[in-house]
Every structure is written in C-alpha cells, then in structure tokens.
Design a protein around this ligand. Structure first.
Ligand SMILES: *Cc1c(COP(=O)(O)O)cnc(C)c1O
Length: 401
C-alpha cells in the first residue's frame, strides 16, 4: 500500500460524460478516443475500459506497445479491437499488429513491408491500415509527390488493405482557418488520387476518412467540411478527440468559434491532483525558504510542507507565480520546488484549516475554488497537454465514479 500522500483522482463519470458530449456534437461522425501517453496522464488502465464501456468504438494510441497495453486492459475479443496506432508501425511491430488486428497509420514503403511480413507470419490475409497524407504539417504522412510512388507498392503487400485515409490538422485552433483550408484542399486532392488508384486496381474503396482533433470537432465549420468530404466519397468520418475528452477545452485563437462557448463549458475536468500538509512551521522575518534562498521572508510567516515535487511532475516553474488550495483558499508556492517537496505560504489561512494531514489541491477544485490545467500551463510556460502528461508514474491514479 502506498502511504505517501500524493495522488491523482480520475473521475470516470466526467470522462464518459465528455465522450458522450463530444459524440453528440459530432453530427453522426464516429469518434476515436485518443488514449496515447497513458491516456494523457490519466491512466490507460482506468480510462480505456471506461471509454469502451461508454461506447467508444475506436481507441487511438501512439504505438503498437501502447495498443497492446490498451487491448490487454480492455480484455476484448479481437473483432471489436478497433485500435488505431497513430505513429505507424515501428520495425518489429508487424506480427503483433497482425495478431491483434490493430489499424496502423502508414505512409511509407517500410510500413507496408513490415505489416505484410507480420501478416504472413501470423497467417492473416487482410490487415486494414489508414493511409496518412501529409497535408502541410511535415511530420508524418506521405507528400503529394510521394503518393504517386507509394501507391504501386501497395500491390506488393497484398494483405495490407487501405481501409482509411487520414491526415492531421495542425492549426484547427486558429480561427482564421487559413492553414486548415489549405490542408483540406490538399486532403481532397490526395483522397481523390487514392480512391482513383484503388478503384483502378480492383481494390475495395476505403471506409474511413480520419481527420480532426478536439479543436476541429468543436469547430462546426471544419466539422461540416469534413463530413461533406467524407460523404462525397461514400466514406464515414472518424474524428480523433484527445484533450477534450479529459475535460480541457482547446484554446482557440483569437477566440472560440461562434456558438462554442456553451459547448466548452459542458466539458468537465477528469483529473484532480492532491496531496496533504506533511509538516507546518513558523519562521521569523529574514529567514530563507528553499534551495538557494530564492525567497526570504520579509515578515514572520507560517509555512506548510507538501508531499509533491518535480519528480512527481510539478514543474519548478510553478513557483513563484503559482498556488495550491488549502481549505478552499489560495496558498502561493514559496522558493524553489524541490524534487519531492514543495513549500506554500499559509500565513493568511485560518488555523482550523491547518493541520498535518489536511488535504491540499494542486489541480482541481476545493470549496468552490478551482485550479485548472490551463493555470498550470500558464505558470509553467507550456500547454495543457504537457502538464497532464508530465505527472509521473510515482503519482498513483485512483479511479472515482
Ligand atoms: C494526439 C492526437 C490527436 C488528439 O489531439 P487533441 O488536440 O488532444 O484533441 C488527434 N490526432 C492525432 C494524429 C494525434 O496525434
């Protein structure tokens, strides 16, 4: 049993509520619930089965390793195993992908070869993949020029079946939509080319058009363009929300699309991160606090020690700007965050709220006050995705709801 008081509570009801909310918004598109990075730091073992039970047909992860972990914790029969591997197959992945029937993003010849070898090894005659097009992000996917070359090599990998065409929108949060419009144009052209080649070569038409993160899903104009493009080819749209599922609204630039504000408010945060006061002390004026005395008390102060540090994923940059909550009140971090501990100023907190063992909220709500993932992101100079995935394995995740 773990006794160090530093833990994260995972609200399964909030998670499945967010899934259902996004599903309602999706106008009939199918959702692939993104659970890469240990479900954005929320624990794959807690989130994947909860999402499946709430009706997520598709889960998406980064790698075959993560896909195997997801399949194992959902204990599901292979035929329902719709698990999308977003980063493509790595060398050696073929047999596991083929055995489980995972659906990999593919965009280069080596992917096709790896999967064909894997399919042969396990005696599988058809392995569905999603062919990824690079529509402007230059990260993964085949370029328009490369497509012409790649398509013929599909003929050399007879088990590999293009069941979907995918791309990734890299600026779906930018409301001028210039980048997205240009990506959609390239997608339409690439899709046309893929469908034409498949038809000419007597191969089945792809079923899925897989595009769009949380921001794209929430932006009605983008969603409608994608639905229209999918329908034009007799395909179904697969949207891929991640951050929204965990109750964090994407930040749109300069502001959320029209009609979106209410929708965003319905997303409920899933993770709350807590610790306890482990020690209290009073210090006289002039006393240093923490490494290198970056803080020195100007007046007598009352300090609380917390069982959390940067080895738990609390960024050193939350001090001095950030705060935690004790008894529903803000308590600022003082001095440097240590590897395993942090100090907060409780000089202005009522004595009744202060005791060894009193609960402290690092992220989440207490007595009507809330510290959001976005607060942490601002203090640490980063984005919500990085805050959530930085909470380390040392912090146990506890399922609630
Ligand atoms: C992570 C990821 C997503 C989800 O993005 P969010 O902004 O978290 O919704 C969607 N698609 C791909 C390819 C991803 O890698």
């Amino acid at each position: 049993m773990l006794t160090r008081p530093c833990w994260a509570e995972i609200d399964r009801a909030a998670l499945t509520g967010n899934l259902q909310h996004m599903q309602r918004l999706a106008d009939g598109a199918t959702l692939a619930a993104i659970v890469k990075g240990d479900a954005y730091g929320h624990s794959l073992a807690i989130c994947a089965p909860a999402l499946r039970r709430a009706g997520a047909e598709w889960l998406a992860v980064t790698s075959t390793d993560e896909a195997c972990a997801a399949a194992a914790c959902c204990a599901e029969p292979e035929k329902d195993n719709r698990i999308l591997v977003l980063s493509g197959p790595f060398p050696g992945d073929g047999p596991a992908v083929a055995r489980h029937g995972f659906v990999c993003a593919v965009w280069q010849r080596s992917h096709l070869e790896e999967l064909q070898r894997g399919a042969q090894q396990v005696g599988r005659s058809r392995l569905a993949v999603h062919l990824e097009l690079d529509t402007g992000m230059s990260r993964q996917g085949v370029s328009p020029d490369g497509l012409q070359e790649l398509l013929p090599s599909l003929a050399e990998s007879p088990a590999v079946t293009v069941d979907g065409v995918m791309t990734h929108l890299y600026a779906a949060d930018e409301m001028d939509r210039a980048a997205t419009d240009s990506q959609l144009e390239r997608l339409a052209a690439g899709l046309q080319q893929v469908c034409h080649w498949l038809q000419k070569n007597g191969k089945p038409a792809p079923q899925w058009l897989s595009v769009g993160n949380s921001a794209a899903l929430l932006d009605r104009a983008v969603r409608e363009s994608l639905l229209g493009m999918a329908a034009g080819h007799g395909m179904r749209l697969l949207l891929r929300p991640g951050i929204g599922l965990y109750g964090v609204a994407p930040e749109f630039d300069p502001e959320a699309p029209e009609g979106c504000a209410n929708l965003l408010q319905e997303l409920r945060p899933v993770l709350s991160w807590r610790t306890r006061i482990t020690s209290l002390r009073r210090i006289p004026a002039g006393t240093a606090v923490g490494y290198n005395a970056t803080y020195r008390a100007q007046t007598p102060m009352h300090l609380a020690l917390l069982a959390v540090g940067y080895a738990d994923g609390l960024s050193r940059r939350v001090s001095p700007a950030g705060h935690a909550l004790i008894g529903g009140e803000r308590v600022p971090y003082l001095g440097r965050i240590s590897m395993d501990q942090a100090v907060v100023d409780v000089s202005r907190i009522d004595a009744e709220a202060l005791a060894e063992g009193a609960e402290v909220v690092l992220l989440g709500s207490q007595a009507g006050h809330t510290i959001t993932v976005l607060d942490h992101a601002r203090w640490a100079g980063t984005i919500p995705w990085e805050i959530l995935t930085s909470i380390t394995a040392r912090v146990p995740r506890i399922a609630m709801g």
